[in-house]
Design a protein around this ligand. Structure first.
Ligand SMILES: Nc1ncnc2c1ncn2[C@@H]1O[C@H](COP(=O)(O)OP(=O)(O)OP(=O)(O)O)[C@@H](O)[C@H]1O
Ligand code: SF4
Length: 299
């Protein structure tokens, strides 16, 4: 398998974006999922590739836990999160025997798995492939950047929380991107305050604005900030993603929607991520084509 296998496989994808964070638990995977749902709501076809091999959380967040992938003649077929098949997902989680199984692999085996994901998944035409990575900078990041080199990804989105320690990790992440020649497309400040579900008052639990300040200081676009939202936690944790979470009264009967895409549109963070997704698209020139790759169908 050569790097050009990866280039050939990704030729029908318009934009590839890696999602990074300096440290764990800042909401990188949930931001990836929210970006994907926002882009699908905006009429795009999106794939989410989860290369957090030791802690895959995307299948659970998209309500796809326990689903199987199968091999077709064109390659591995991803799992779809919505009935219109506009949101596809691939994760090591689909290959493990149970949801509590873990991957204990050394670097070379992880690299081989990432290469396989990039070269062997049959995504079809996509507007965006979002790649959720492990926290920090590890073998997985280097492998992804190396295998994607020929295809040249659009760049990386970095997720942080507003505290100083998370921000100093972000500086390292920006420095990693610059060292490997990966453009930084922007910074998202997550968990920027807590909006009370009862009175809508926003309390700045960890302070706020640090991400925006750092973005200015490092000359990186600031994509936006999102507060802590109990409704988001409920949506990401509940098995049935067609139920609209009610953070005010978790015991109240829930409304049902047609898919996770519609459910997310009812969440408090949805308008914020819609703006973040628009800024990202503008930044990479997605609305003007923006790249020289073969155009994907947007219907
Ligand atoms: N804005 C938010 N509001 C409420 N909960 C959030 C928010 N962002 C993330 N969370 C919650 O915080 C927890 C950690 O989020 P997530 O798994 O996305 O972090 P991560 O950075 O990907 O972590 P890791 O890389 O260590 O797996 C999850 O339970 C998620 O639901
Ligand atoms: S707990 Fe919530 S509802 Fe009560 S005062 Fe504080 S922010 Fe307002």
């Amino acid at each position: 398998m050569s790097h050009s296998d990866v280039g050939g496989r990704l030729a029908s994808i318009k934009h590839v974006v890696l999602v990074l964070s300096g440290k764990g638990g800042v909401g990188k995977s949930s931001c990836t999922v929210q970006l994907a749902l926002s882009l699908v709501s905006q009429g795009r076809r999106v794939g989410v590739l989860d290369i957090d091999l030791c802690g895959p959380s995307i299948p659970r967040m998209l309500g796809l836990e326990g689903r199987q992938i199968h091999q077709a003649s064109a390659g591995w077929v991803p799992v779809y999160a919505d009935p219109s098949k506009r949101l596809a997902c691939m994760s090591i989680g689909f290959l493990l025997p149970g949801k509590d199984s873990s991957v204990v692999w050394r670097g070379p085996k992880k690299n081989a798995m990432i290469k396989l994901f990039l070269a062997d998944v049959y995504w079809g035409d996509l507007d965006y492939l979002l790649i959720d990575t492990p926290p920090g900078t590890s073998d997985e990041h280097l492998a992804a950047v190396e295998y994607l080199q020929e295809w040249s990804p659009d760049g990386a989105v970095i997720v942080t929380t507003p505290q100083a320690v998370a921000l100093s990790d972000v500086k390292k992440e920006i420095s990693f991107c610059r060292t490997v020649g990966l453009p930084v497309l922007g910074l998202i400040e997550n968990m920027s305050g807590f909006v009370c579900p009862h009175c809508a008052e926003c309390t700045n639990v960890f302070s706020t604005g640090g991400g925006e300040g750092l973005a200015k200081h490092t000359d990186v676009p600031f994509l936006g900030r999102a507060p802590i939202d109990p409704g988001l936690v409920m949506l990401l944790e509940q098995e049935d993603k067609t139920l609209v979470p009610n953070a005010n009264d978790p015991a109240a009967p829930k409304e049902t929607t047609a898919s996770i895409v519609e459910t997310y549109q009812r969440c408090a963070l949805s308008p914020l991520f819609a703006d973040i997704a628009r800024r990202l698209a503008q930044g990479i020139g997605a609305d003007n084509g923006g790249r020289s790759h073969p155009p994907a169908s947007t219907e």
